[in-house]
Design a protein around this ligand. Structure first.
Ligand code: SF4
Ligand code: FES
Length: 258
């Protein structure tokens, strides 16, 4: 920590749960002398080092890239997925955001959704997202060798929309934010990134039907258009994708050929 910073002190109210069957509970842990420039995950590392020193079980939490690209970090902080701030992941969150307004106590919970069972503490099983993706979120046609970059003309506007949809990192914050635990924003982003592009057209109908079907099988709730998902998405995925997926789904359902 640089010498001109005064360390911050917090009480962390953390959800502890041994496994999916166990009854969880909040436990309080103090952390002291945290640099305002620390990331939230670095602050949790400090907490865990303290626990290990005392011979206690560290708090399990998911993380990987710590750069906002992998979608692994998944914490519900003070009642918000990924904590305070707009369009950032937990790993991009800094402790200076908590300096004054939070009164020193920070509540940390796992994503809560029936389709995301708790594995341990703050780690939930997001395998449901993988299974939705495996149901159809790919282009299976053998396209041969790598074509020249601009061989297939795509307008800038469409390419931008496909790229925006493709920025979804599969974190699950949209599910955690939704009072119905709906996965519509995630699924619609994964459907749109292909359905907008020429390469995705051949399997467009089959893809949307299979992915929505798998989403329903996994037990996610229905979408009631509250918009909480869009507001809390760290990648700014637009509700426009849900409207597009609904249109694609209806068209595919009415079609004779899938
Ligand atoms: S739509 Fe947004 S909130 Fe949902 S999984 Fe993708 S990046 Fe995360
Ligand atoms: S750890 Fe990869 S997005 Fe946060």
């Amino acid at each position: 920590m640089s010498s001109n910073h005064k360390g911050l002190n917090f009480t962390l109210k953390v959800w502890r749960q041994k496994n999916a069957q166990a009854k969880g509970e909040f436990k309080e842990y103090p952390v002291s002398n945290v640099s305002p420039d620390s990331s939230f995950l670095e602050m949790l590392d400090i907490m865990n080092e303290d626990l290990l020193h005392k011979g206690e079980d560290p708090v399990y939490f998911d993380h990987d890239c710590r750069e906002g690209i992998c979608g692994m970090c998944s914490l519900f902080i003070n009642g918000r997925p990924h904590g305070p701030g707009e369009e950032i992941t937990v790993c991009q969150l800094h402790m200076r955001e908590f300096n004054s307004q939070d009164g020193g106590t920070i509540t940390i919970e796992p994503w809560r959704a029936a389709a995301f069972p708790v594995i341990k503490d703050l780690v939930v099983d997001r395998g449901a997202f993988d299974r939705i993706q495996q149901a159809g979120g790919y282009v299976s046609i053998n396209t041969g060798g790598v074509p020249d970059a601009n061989a297939i003309p795509i307008s800038k506007e469409v390419a931008d929309k496909a790229m925006d949809a493709a920025t979804c990192i599969g974190c699950g914050a949209c599910v955690a934010a939704c009072k119905n635990a709906s996965a519509m924003l995630f699924v619609s982003a994964k459907v749109s990134q292909f359905s907008l592009l020429p390469q995705g057209q051949a399997e467009k109908k089959r893809r949307v039907l299979a992915m929505v079907d798998q989403m329903d099988t996994e037990g996610f709730g229905a979408c009631t258009n509250t918009g909480a998902c869009e507001a809390e998405c760290p990648k700014g995925i637009s509700l426009e994708n849900i409207a597009r997926m609904n249109r694609d789904y209806l068209a595919a359902s009415l079609s004779q050929e899938h």
